[in-house]
Write a protein that binds this ligand. Structure first.
Ligand code: GLU
Ligand code: ZN
Length: 494
């Protein structure tokens, strides 16, 4: 069998972790089986349509490097791949169901349906349509038509028996037909199909072989199986994917943190890290291996290794993966990826000079080991590109010292700078170590005021490499600036 799978998002919001997980599993399954991966846009619900979401969909998957074999943008033999362009098909199929006795027209008014709902709630009955129009006579139908009432088309759910959804992961899920939603709408009065009708028709017509989708769709499963039977079609193989939870065991949502992939991208997560980590949400290769490139997954992904248990989305673990992928990057590539973040934070202008670009490249080794996300870079590297706007003297002055002593320490550090030339960072540090000994103080207490003077903050990349990149003249000027500030401090306080 030629495997054909699809990702069928509704354009109702940004691509989130759960959706992307479904897309990745479908994509990797198709690749590992030599099959096809299809993108289909399920935009039948106009009330929830969100403009932005389609752009986000294409951007997100381009960024992840995931491509479909058939879809709205690339075409394919079952085009169009956008449901709003396929309405005639759904209408024709709904008519077919009416003719074969599996569906019927319902002329009930909104008021009538509202009345039923009220009665049901008052009597603590299960909600649902009362099947009033299921057995209308020809005359009644003609009468409603005469009045110009536009009917919806409802599915005739069998009143007896039960339906089994065979699920590759969850096993057989059996549902009594009397418990299936009584006669759901397939076609609305304006001719728009509902999700169930369009989804089933398209999966069949597009020759989809496997449905890998989130477990929240399990409740729709029996109804879909009944629709396949009514059409006389073979249902595809279902495989509902384990839920994705937050650390508290609740379904992953905004309450837990970012869930939109775009937000992760903007915060400086790498696509490699997202793909790797998201692929482990409900799937594993064996019990030990953690690192997988996209190419690995295209070869190794199997449905046999899906887990039944819900997956927990662990933000810390994603950070860890991201850090690992940042460390693995070659310096030039990482420099390129840092540029947009440095521009965004205003550290660099829109068109940086060749000197600035060279400085970014030279600075990569200083931060590569310590970045959690790319967006951490601007605050670590800003001091290389601009003078500190101001100094916080509380940060400059070590706990054990006061302003005069700190000023004296900084003053004694100045002559050491001349010795940096031709020395390695380690050798330069030796000069400071000797000075600290001579002053009878800890090296750290000598370095902290220097670090704050040079970088404007106590948390900086390695100090001696930072000073080398900044250049001795600018280092000297900054230390002198702080010495002056401390002198003022001493005068006002003394
Ligand atoms: N359009 C549905 C969604 O937004 C598709 C569900 C399915 O895969 O059948 O998730
Ligand atoms: Zn009705």
């Amino acid at each position: 069998m030629d495997v054909r799978v699809r990702y069928a998002p509704s354009p109702t919001g940004l691509q989130h972790i759960g959706g992307v997980r479904s897309a990745l599993f479908n994509f990797f399954f198709a690749r590992s089986q030599g099959g096809s991966f299809i993108l289909r846009i399920e935009d039948t619900d106009q009330s929830r349509y969100d403009e932005e979401s389609l752009r986000d969909l294409y951007e997100t998957f381009a960024w992840l490097g995931i491509h479909w074999d058939e879809g709205p943008d690339v075409g394919g033999r079952f085009a169009p791949y956008v449901q709003s362009q396929r309405f005639a098909l759904y209408q024709e199929h709904a008519r077919r169901l009416i003719e074969s006795g599996h569906a019927y027209e319902c002329f009930c008014s909104e008021q009538r349906l509202e009345r039923i709902r009220k009665i049901q709630t008052a009597n603590k009955m299960a909600p649902g349509y009362d099947r009033h129009c299921r057995n209308l006579t020809e005359a009644e139908i003609a009468e409603s038509r005469m009045q110009g009432i536009k009917p919806v088309v409802r599915f005739k759910v069998p009143l007896e028996g039960s339906t089994v959804l065979h699920d590759l992961l969850l096993g057989d899920i059996e549902r009594k037909n009397e418990d299936v939603n009584p006669d759901p709408v397939l076609l609305k009065s304006d001719g728009f199909p509902t999700y169930h009708l369009a989804n089933v028709i398209d999966d069949h017509l597009m020759e989809i072989t496997h449905i890998l989708r989130a477990q929240e769709w399990v409740p729709s499963g029996p109804l879909h199986v009944l629709l396949y039977e009514a059409f006389g079609w073979e249902p595809p193989i279902y495989c509902h994917l384990p839920m994705v939870m937050g650390a508290d065991g609740q379904k992953l949502s905004k309450r837990h943190g970012s869930t939109a992939v775009r937000e992760f991208r903007e915060a400086g997560y790498l696509p490699e890290a997202i793909i790797n980590y998201v692929s482990l949400l409900g799937w594993s290769y064996d019990d030990t291996r953690e690192f997988f490139s996209r190419e690995d997954l295209e070869r190794l992904f199997t449905l046999e290794r899906l887990n039944k248990a819900p997956a927990v989305f662990d933000y810390k673990k994603l950070d860890w993966f991201n850090g690992q992928y940042i460390r693995q990057k070659d310096a030039e590539a990482l420099a390129q990826q840092l540029l947009p973040f440095l521009k965004n934070a205003g550290v660099l202008g829109d068109s940086p000079s060749p000197q600035q670009l060279a400085l970014v490249r030279a600075a990569v080794p200083l931060v590569q080991e310590r970045l959690r996300v790319l967006a951490d870079a601007p605050s670590l590297l800003r001091f290389l590109f601009e003078e500190p706007a101001s100094y916080n003297l509380e940060e400059v002055i070590p706990k054990k010292l006061d302003a005069p002593r700190t000023r004296a320490v900084l003053t004694s550090a100045l002559p050491l700078l001349a010795g940096f030339k031709g020395r390695t960072d380690e050798e330069s540090e030796e000069l400071f170590r000797a000075k600290a000994e001579e002053l009878g103080m800890k090296l750290g207490d000598l370095l902290m005021p220097v670090r704050v003077a040079v970088t404007g903050t106590r948390i900086s990349p390695p100090l001696f490499a930072s000073m080398r990149l900044l250049g001795i003249e600018r280092v000297r000027a900054r230390i002198e600036r702080v010495i002056n500030l401390l002198s003022n401090e001493v005068q006002t306080n003394g």
